[in-house]
Design a binder for this molecule. Structure first.
Ligand code: GUN
Length: 291
């Protein structure tokens, strides 16, 4: 068997043209232009590229966007003050704080207390990343509202191939707040049986072999091997690992395509969906703030 590629670019373009139409309607009916502010602290090269790509995507669909840049030496107070100003800015309907924050701000723990404090400062109605505890709590309790963009994009990709979630074994590799935990909740809600694995999981290959669906989001190049994949499984590769030679590779060995029924490419799979869902959340936030 050779897997069909799930074309994330094509699905993302469909979402983006729907967003563009929605933006047009909002402008016409309510005289409102949705606005997104991206906050970038420090000079993480990958983050700079993500923020630039988000700005370009906003331009394509008619969303107004600003980039708020703080030096890596900025204090927590400065960042909280900036977020506060954006919360009050009527031109801005969505705010995202690009992660990871510099380790000077997080005491080296990328999901620790300080990060949670900063993410909690974003007004929940402007939290287009879905990282505020109120939005995460809604997701946890089965009433998803602003859903984190990458997991929301993965669900759209699975819907695009008519994946039947009910009763399927879903194995998630990675337990981050951004991907692993929220995708687990979304899959459970759709009645999949979910296993979450992580860096300390024993016999990882045995667990991955159970998966009708494998979501790889650990950030380790080509960790998931061809012979770990159950024949016919659907494989979603969230990894975006830059090798020393500059090549971008996922968390799944591309040879896994010989076992899977569907697989997402890297690049061109999950990545474009994250941005498309961010735009979709921004439009939704602007709609709500205008009514
Ligand atoms: N860093 C990696 N993924 C994301 C994301 O979805 N949102 C933000 N804000 N930062 C990220």
């Amino acid at each position: 068997m050779s897997a069909k590629l799930i074309d994330g670019k094509a699905v993302a373009e469909k979402v983006m043209s729907e967003v563009a139409r929605g933006v047009e309607r909002l402008k016409k009916e309510k005289k409102i232009i949705p606005g997104l502010a991206a906050v970038l602290v420090g000079d993480n090269e990958a983050s700079k590229i993500y923020v630039r790509n988000k700005r370009i995507a906003c331009e394509k669909v008619g969303i107004y966007s600003t980039q708020e840049l703080l030096p890596g030496t900025a204090s927590e107070e400065e960042l909280l003050g900036l977020i506060d100003n954006l919360n009050k800015d009527p031109m801005i309907h969505g705010i995202l704080v690009q992660l990871p924050l510099p380790s000077s701000m997080t005491n080296g723990n990328p999901s620790g207390m300080n990060v949670q404090k900063i993410l909690s400062e974003v007004a929940p109605e402007k939290d287009v990343d879905g990282f505020h505890p109120i939005n995460l709590g809604k997701l946890f309790s089965g009433m998803p509202d602003m859903v984190p963009c990458t997991p929301a994009g993965i669900i759209k990709l699975l819907e695009s191939i008519n994946f039947d979630f009910n009763g399927k074994e879903a194995v998630i590799v990675g337990r981050s707040n951004i991907v692993g935990k929220p995708i687990a909740l979304l899959l459970m809600q759709r009645h999949a049986t979910v296993t979450i694995c992580h860096s300390q999981t024993k016999n990882l290959s045995e667990k991955v072999k159970r998966g009708d669906l494998v979501v790889a989001a650990l950030g380790k190049p080509a960790l998931i091997q061809e012979d770990w994949i159950k024949p016919g499984a659907v494989v979603i590769d969230v990894g975006m690992n830059r090798l020393p030679n500059g090549k971008l590779v996922g968390d799944v060995d591309p040879k896994a395509a010989s076992k899977a029924s569907f697989i997402t490419p890297v690049p061109g799979g999950v990545g474009p969906m994250t941005i498309a869902m961010l735009l979709s959340n921004t439009l939704e936030a602007a709609r709500r703030q205008s009514s």
